[in-house]
Each structure stands twice: as structure tokens, then as C-alpha cells.
Ligand binder design. Structure first.
Ligand code: SF4
Length: 334
């Protein structure tokens, strides 16, 4: 497409190759850039981006209070991707991808038609068509949870899915999110991650704090029966399957336990092996980019891990929903 975005427009869409080219023109060596004043400003802004992603911030447009040059602002996007890659927590990576996609979508909504078309086209979506080929549609929607996206709920004619204009906007945002998430984690040289350590330690702490705030203090008495059964199995020295270990680790991590606290749960086993446990827990908790989202009830059932169901299980389709529900009930009673 024959459109050239100016530098101020590129700030809004830092994932575009044109934006990356602009930033690259001003950064020859990463080390030298980080040692420079603009590099320090970009890193500070990258930290802000990451914190906003952790906080699920949804207001945009007021971020560039330091009036950074466009290339520095775009470099901060690249540095934010490096920061989350160094932290290595998949949930953090997903949050950054979601934040950047929401941010781009916010700006796109106010954009002239031509620019909107160009950005959408850059991520593989043609905004001129209100009918999307089914094959393309099914590639775009697998992570959209709302039932209206399911193909059976769509108006499909002659191999095409009819879309409302607002739905095309949602698909553009989702496409941007997937593109960003799929590119991460980056392979950041260990020396650079070490350099970022004071910042990444703060980011990891913020992430943990946010999880604790979201789920509150961890209360084992509100755990769903399947998770309690897994803990019981560990305590009695039973060997868990890989899926069992994954399910409990991902669950405990999501409700706000850190790696050491999760390892403490595994330490209840009579044959506890600290090194092996730490390795597995760190891996499943997301270091190295492993997906950490705990399995849903349907997956738990498939793997024979849905046990001791009780009446509250009827209300939920995810162990995390059970936990949230039970905690709220207990809070109201106390
Ligand atoms: S229904 Fe869901 S929450 Fe309840 S025991 Fe089964 S997997 Fe756990």
C-alpha cells in the first residue's frame, strides 16, 4: 500500500516494520545506546510501558509526558519487549502484547480511513471487506472467548463470514496482540538481562503484587477440590503426572504464590527433591516462556484430574473461577 506514516504516527504503532526501521536508524549498538541519555530515557519509558501492561491500563495518549523523540519512544517499545523477555514470565509477555494491542487500537479508532486501512493491511486484515473468508476468520478468532466469535454463531455465506465494522476493529486488535505475543520471548543476551536486573526484579515484584491484589491473600481452604486433591497427593508421596504437576504449579502461580512458596507445597512430599522441584516449578511458572495458564475444568477432566467435584463446581468451568467464587463467599461470611 502506498502510504507513508510520519514519525509522530509511527509512535502509535511501534510494531510496524516502518517504526522499527526508524528506531534502528538511531541505534547502532545497544550497549552504547543504553549508556546514552536517550537510551536511559527510552529504558525508563519501557519500564512505564511494562508497568502499565501489568496494571491492565486502558487509558492511552497521555503516556509520552517526557515528550520523547519518536525514535526514542519507539525504542522504548523494543526495550519493553526485552524487559519482559528477561523476566521470562508468560503471563507478563501476554499482558504486554495485550497492552500494546489495546493501545494501537485506541489510536486507530481516531485515525483517518487511509491510515487505519494501512495499519490493518500491515497486520494482514483488509478493512474494505465486510465478508472475510472462513479460513482467514478461523485463524484470527481462536483466542477470543466470547461465544459470538464461534463459527456456529456466525452468518456464513459462500465461504465468507459477515462482519460488523466494530468487529473488524476487534479482529485488528486481536491480530496485533497475536503478532506481538508470537514474537516473544526474544533471545536477549544474558549480559543485557543482567544489566536490566534492577528493573526486571521490580517488574517481577509488581507482577506478584498484582496477582496477590487480584486474588487477595492465598487461602488454601478456598482451593477447588481438584487442586486440594493434588496437594493431598503430593503430601502422601504419590507421583503426579506431568499434567498434574503442571496444573497445580500453574494454579498456585496464578493465584499469587512465588516460586519459593510453590516449592514449599512440593516440599510436603516425603521424597522431596529441592533441585528438581525448583527446576520444574520455575519452568512451569513461565521462566523461558512456557505457557503457564492453568488448565480449564474441561482439560482437567480429560486428564483425569477433575476429582471430588462438589456443588460449587456446577457454577464454574475453570478452577480459578471456583477459587474466586469461594473466596468471595468466605469474605462475605467473615
Ligand atoms: S469441576 Fe473444575 S473446579 Fe471442580 S474439581 Fe473439577 S476441575 Fe476442579
Amino acid at each position: 500500500m502506498d502510504i507513508v506514516l510520519d514519525r509522530k504516527e509511527l509512535i502509535k504503532y511501534p510494531f510496524l516494520k516502518e517504526s522499527q526501521q526508524l528506531a534502528r536508524r538511531h541505534v547502532e549498538s545497544l550497549e552504547e545506546f543504553l549508556d546514552s541519555g536517550p537510551g536511559a530515557a527510552a529504558l525508563e519509558r519501557a519500564q512505564e510501558r511494562t508497568s502499565a501492561a501489568i496494571a491492565f491500563k486502558k487509558e492511552f495518549g497521555d503516556e509520552n509526558t517526557q515528550n520523547l523523540k519518536p525514535e526514542i519512544e519507539i525504542a522504548s517499545y523494543a526495550l519493553a519487549r526485552m524487559l519482559v523477555s528477561c523476566v521470562g514470565d508468560r503471563s507478563l509477555i501476554d499482558r504486554l502484547a495485550r497492552y500494546e494491542a489495546e493501545r494501537a487500537s485506541f489510536f486507530l479508532a481516531a485515525e483517518e480511513l487511509e491510515i487505519r486501512r494501512f495499519v490493518a493491511w500491515s497486520v494482514g486484515i483488509d478493512t474494505r471487506a465486510v465478508v472475510m473468508p472462513v479460513t482467514r476468520y478461523v485463524e484470527l478468532v481462536p483466542h477470543l472467548r466470547d461465544k459470538r466469535w464461534r463459527l456456529v454463531n456466525r452468518d456464513v455465506r459462500q465461504g465468507g463470514v459477515n462482519l460488523e465494522a466494530s468487529e473488524i476493529d476487534e479482529l485488528i486488535r486481536e491480530r496485533i496482540r497475536v503478532i506481538i505475543a508470537d514474537q516473544l520471548p526474544l533471545r536477549v543476551p544474558p549480559a543485557i538481562c543482567e544489566r536490566f536486573q534492577p528493573i526486571t526484579t521490580g517488574i517481577a515484584a509488581l507482577l506478584q503484587q498484582q496477582a496477590l491484589e487480584q486474588f487477595g491473600e492465598v487461602r488454601e481452604e478456598a482451593f477447588p477440590p481438584c487442586i486440594s486433591a493434588l496437594i493431598q497427593a503430593i503430601t502422601t508421596g504419590m507421583n503426579l503426572t506431568h499434567m498434574g504437576r503442571f496444573a497445580i504449579t500453574a494454579f498456585l502461580h496464578t493465584v499469587g504464590m512465588n516460586v519459593a512458596q510453590i516449592a514449599d507445597v512440593f516440599a510436603r512430599a516425603p521424597d522431596f527433591d529441592p533441585d528438581m522441584t525448583m527446576y520444574q516449578v520455575e519452568h512451569i511458572s513461565g521462566r523461558g516462556g512456557t505457557e503457564y495458564t492453568p488448565p480449564s475444568c474441561a482439560t482437567m477432566r480429560t486428564f483425569g484430574l477433575c476429582v471430588n467435584r462438589d456443588k460449587d463446581c456446577e457454577r464454574v468451568n475453570h478452577p480459578l473461577s471456583y477459587y474466586r467464587f469461594k473466596k468471595n463467599v468466605k469474605k462475605k461470611r467473615s
